[in-house]
Design a protein around this ligand. Structure first.
Ligand SMILES: [Zn+2]
Ligand SMILES: [Zn+2]
Length: 315
């Protein structure tokens, strides 16, 4: 038994550099933005960087464990024609870019209906996804991510996601789900207790179905249950807590998927610390080649050395 777990990594210095960063952390999966996520503008990918990215993904064995995430500004459910059109263009571009890079999954946020209601938002969203999939003929799967229950947001409840999946049934081989633990918790699914975790996964199975689950975002939540706020916290240090993650990671459906962390990097802990916590809380002993990479990394950056010594070495 092994885990495919890693963090969201920067593409600074060239998209291929993301693969090196992931490898140095001893990641066995990773996620990127293919461009600056905070703007609408983007430059085409450089062919030499694309070739290097593909070569490194293959060399380090990441193939099915790489994820691309849509930038932040697009709102595929927007009632505003201008924003909607720009968002649709972004989706088409990101699908093309993921295809160029050989990335199997593109995670999208479901956006906001801006007060017009779920039905109106649904029309926009379904139209955007189907138009993009019609226009771009490649192997990239679009993954709908559950949202945090922010006001007017689409798809925080599993019932809503079921409706969206139904609307895309003719694209079933190019559609999937990305499940974010912090978002689910913020939307009211209590992942901090054994009853709550059981309930959440039962609901997930009933309304969505695990066959659609392709990627898991593992994040703790900085705010309390049903806060409707999307603020991530280090694994075990938020309201889901270590107990919650132990329970989540005891689910076979979860730990078989690529597990991506979008946790903060600050004085409390760095990315490697959160990666190690996942292995620890899943109770899966990391193989020696990964332990070796962690040791090398900690030589240069000892911030998370305590986690290595107090948790990992005692497994
Ligand atoms: Zn996301
Ligand atoms: Zn989030």
């Amino acid at each position: 038994m092994t885990l495919h777990v890693g963090v969201h990594v920067s593409i600074g210095g060239g998209v291929d550099k993301a693969v090196d960063r992931a490898y140095n952390y001893g990641s066995t999966a990773f996620q990127i933005f293919t461009r600056n996520p905070r703007g609408w503008m983007y430059k085409p990918l450089k062919p030499d960087e694309v070739a290097l990215f593909r070569e490194k993904v293959k060399r380090f064995g990441y193939d099915r464990y790489v994820v691309s995430h849509m930038p932040y500004l697009p709102n595929l459910s927007s009632p505003n024609d201008n924003i909607y059109q720009k968002s649709l263009d972004s989706l088409i571009n990101e699908l093309n870019r993921a295809g160029e890079l050989g990335i199997p999954y593109l995670v999208i946020h479901l956006g906001s209906h801006m007060g017009k209601g779920f039905e109106k938002g649904k029309e926009r969203l379904l139209n955007a996804v189907s138009t993009a999939l019609d226009k771009v003929d490649n192997d990239v799967m679009v993954l709908l991510e559950n949202m945090a229950g922010q006001r007017n947001s689409m798809g925080s409840r599993f019932e809503e996601i079921q409706v969206l999946l139904d609307g895309l049934s003719s694209y079933s081989d190019r559609i999937g789900i990305c499940f974010d633990t912090a978002h689910a918790f913020a939307a009211g699914y209590d992942l901090s207790t054994s009853k709550g975790v059981e309930y959440t996964f039962n609901e997930f199975g009933e309304f969505i179905g695990f066959k659609w689950l392709k990627v898991v975002h593992l994040n703790d939540s900085r705010y309390e249950l049903a806060s409707g706020r999307d603020v991530h916290e280090h694994i075990g240090l938020g309201y889901i807590g270590e107990k919650g993650f132990r329970l989540i990671l005891s689910n076979k459906e979860i730990i078989e998927r690529p597990l991506i962390l979008e946790t903060p990097v600050d004085k409390k802990r760095g990315d490697l610390g959160n990666i190690m916590m996942i292995w620890y809380l899943a109770g899966v002993k990391p193989p020696s080649n990964i332990l070796k990479r962690w040791e090398e990394y900690l030589e240069k950056d000892p911030q998370d050395k305590e986690i290595y010594e107090n948790y990992i070495l005692k497994m």
